[in-house]
Ligand binder design. Structure first.
Ligand code: UT7
Length: 346
């Protein structure tokens, strides 16, 4: 018998305001053509004044809890991945905890920039496997627009705001059911590459919030090689090959990086969830946001094997292999506590 963290619900939230490439082209020296060709981005959502990361996160969380059929009273922990917390402290996760009306358990933030969701998933999974809680909410949420220098066209056109969330529930499984839930996560970082992607501010360095600075070409180069390696690592660790993967759900930083990963895995783009055109790069939110949208439009179904990967500032990167949903009656093995219906996310 072993513990698995089953992924039983997803949710997401986007601020109402949409900013198109054309709108940006009216404000700065850029064009819809350049942005689409170099990145695949067509538009981004931008949070309203006063609309904070915790509000985006709470909305995404409510959707995930509802679809999982999990009441707030059953939650043991909340992990929020964000680079754009409401305040330096308290954590955004504790604000979400309060907003949801969760009066027990614990909540904390994780900071791994664009790799944040994979780090948060790994953290929550390890807490659950260690028996420190049974039900976790894992959220990626950002108001990244607040970190942008709107005078720097090489970065400000790339990012957007949003949030995504998943509910993990720990179950004792054996037999076929061991191939469900979070199969493995793989995390890496390399602080020597700090200068190619960073924010030029912070509470300890300058007392200001700062702005994103990036050497795009260098980051691109690292992304392609490091993500390829971590994808191989995740598949090898599970004795799997890429043809067994139903969906690649990558971090949405650049369509060209996403296509390079799909090509390397031999996957057609029809098996890749690519939401960059509508959302741009939402940092820690991009994977759970893409996952939720694909679950809700019927692409990703209970039982699908999903490979997630991301890289960002640090550099920090990682991957996770997850079989989505709940084991069904046919292959549930010892998972007696689980409902027999497929997960409600599909
Ligand atoms: O999520 C965190 C991880 N981040 C990433 O993975 C991002 C990785 N990098 C990238 O996605 C790409 O490097 C970018 C999209 C950021 C840039 O694309 P690129 O093909 O590497 O372009 P570049 O930076 O080499 O710039 C090419 C040209 C430059 O002009 P010159 O020097 O060739 O005359 C830039 O000044 O494009 C110019 N440029 C722009 N032109 C119109 C830069 N930004 C813009 C812009 N509009 N917004």
């Amino acid at each position: 018998m072993m513990k698995r963290s089953l992924l039983i619900g997803t949710g997401s939230y986007l601020p109402a305001r949409v900013v198109t490439n054309d709108e940006l082209a009216q404000r700065m020296e850029t064009s819809d053509d350049w942005i689409r060709q170099r990145t695949g981005i067509g538009q981004r959502h931008i949070a309203a004044d006063g609309e904070m990361t915790s509000a985006l996160a709470t909305n995404a969380a409510r959707g995930a809890l509802e679809r999982a059929g999990v009441p707030v009273s059953e939650l043991d922990l909340i992990v929020v991945a964000t680079t754009t917390p409401d305040d330096t402290f308290p954590s955004t996760a504790t604000k979400v905890q309060h907003a949801l009306g969760m009066t027990r358990g614990f909540a904390f933030d994780i900071q791994a920039v664009c790799a944040g969701f994979v780090y948060a998933l790994a953290t929550a999974d390890n807490f659950l496997k260690a028996g420190q809680g049974r039900t976790a909410l894992v959220i990626g949420a950002e108001t990244f627009s607040r970190l942008l220098d709107w005078e720097d066209r090489s970065t400000c056109v790339l990012f957007g705001d949003g949030a995504g969330a998943v509910v993990l529930r720990s179950e004792d499984v054996e037999g076929a059911s061991t191939a469900w839930g979070v199969l493995s996560t793989h995390l890496h970082s390399d602080g020597s590459a700090r200068d190619i992607l960073y924010v030029d501010g912070g509470p300890s360095s300058s007392g200001t919030v700062g702005h994103v600075r990036m050497e795009g070409k260098e980051v691109f180069r690292h992304a392609v090689s490091k993500l390829s390696n971590v994808i191989d690592e995740a598949l090898t660790a599970n004795g799997m090959t890429s043809d067994q993967v139903d969906w690649l759900i990558p971090h949405q930083a650049n369509r060209r990086i996403i296509e390079a990963m799909a090509k390397r895995m031999g996957l057609p783009m029809t098996r890749v969830v690519c939401s960059i055109e509508k959302h741009a790069n939402t940092s820690a939110a991009s994977i759970p946001l893409a996952l939720d949208q694909a679950a809700r439009d019927g692409r990703v179904k209970s039982g699908d094997l999903v490979l997630m990967e991301a890289i960002g500032g640090g550099l920090a990167w990682g991957a996770g292999l997850v079989r989505i949903g709940l084991p069904t009656a046919g292959n549930q093995g010892q998972a007696k506590a689980m409902r027999e219906e497929p997960a409600p996310i599909a």
